[in-house]
Design a protein around this ligand. Sequence first.
Ligand code: KMH
Ligand code: ZN
Length: 271
Amino acid sequence: MEPLIITVAPVGAEATRQDNPNLPLTPREIANEAIQCAEKGASIIHLHVRDEDGKATQAKDIFQETIALIKKNSDVIIQTSTGGASWMTADERLQPIQLKPEMATLTTGTVNFGEEIFSNPMPMVEFFAKAMVDQGVKPEIEVFEVGMIYNALRLVQKKILQLPLHFDFVMGVPGGIPGEARHLLHLIESIPAGSTWTVAGIGRSELSLGMMAIVLGGHVRVGFEDNVYYTKGVLSDGNFQLVERIARIAKEIGRPVATPEQARRILGLIQ
Ligand code: KMH
Ligand code: ZN
C-alpha cells in the first residue's frame, strides 16, 4: 500500500481554550504546533488562523505570517481552509487563495453544522473552484454528505476541475454524515476510480475511522479542529500527540507514513 498521508488540522474555527487549553491560537503557536506535528509524521497542515482575540479569521496577512513561520522550519504541505467559519462571507473565506498555497479546501455543498448552516451554494462553489484553478491551487474536496461527491463531479463535467480528485470525508459533524464504518464504505464506493481520499472523523470517531482508513488504503486527518481528546474524558496534550498515535498505529499495521515529498507525489502536486 502507498504511504499514509497524515493531515493535521491544529486549530480550526470552532474550538476554544475552554475546550482544550493547549489549543494554538497565535501565528507563532500555530506554526510551532505545525512544525512539531510534521516532525511526528504529518505531511499536510490544514490551516485556519485566529485574530488577536482568538476568533476565527480568514485574513490574508495572518495566514501569510503563519505560513512563513511554518516554512522556515518545515517543508510540510500547506492546505489553507476556504471553509473558514459558518458566519463568514464568501469573499472573506476565499482570501488565503491569493497566497497561492499548494492546496486549499473546497466544500461542494451546504450542510447543517450543529446549530448553524455551513452554506456553499453551487455558484459560490464554482467561483471558489475557478479561483483555485486560476491560482494553481489543488483543491481537497470536503465531503460532509454523499451528495457533495456528485457536486464535485459536476464541476469535472463542466471542465472546471479535472480528475483525479482528492476527497476529504468529514464524518460525524452534527447535521452531516455520521462517523460510522458503513457510511465510510459508502463514500469510498461513490468516488471515481483513481481518486485519493482521506477521512476526518469528528470527536470519538477520529480514531476509529482513521484506523479504518489505514487498513483500507485511504489517508487520515487528525487534530483539534476535529477532536480535542486523546481518549474518552482525557484531553490531548497537543495536536502532536494525535499525529504521533496515528503514525504509530500505521507503522505497527505495516503502512509507512508519507514524507511531504511522497505526499506531493501521491496527490499529483509534483511528478
Ligand atoms: N469551520 C467549518 C464551518 C474547511 O476548512 O474547509 C468549515 C471548515 C471546512 O472548517
Ligand atoms: Zn477546516
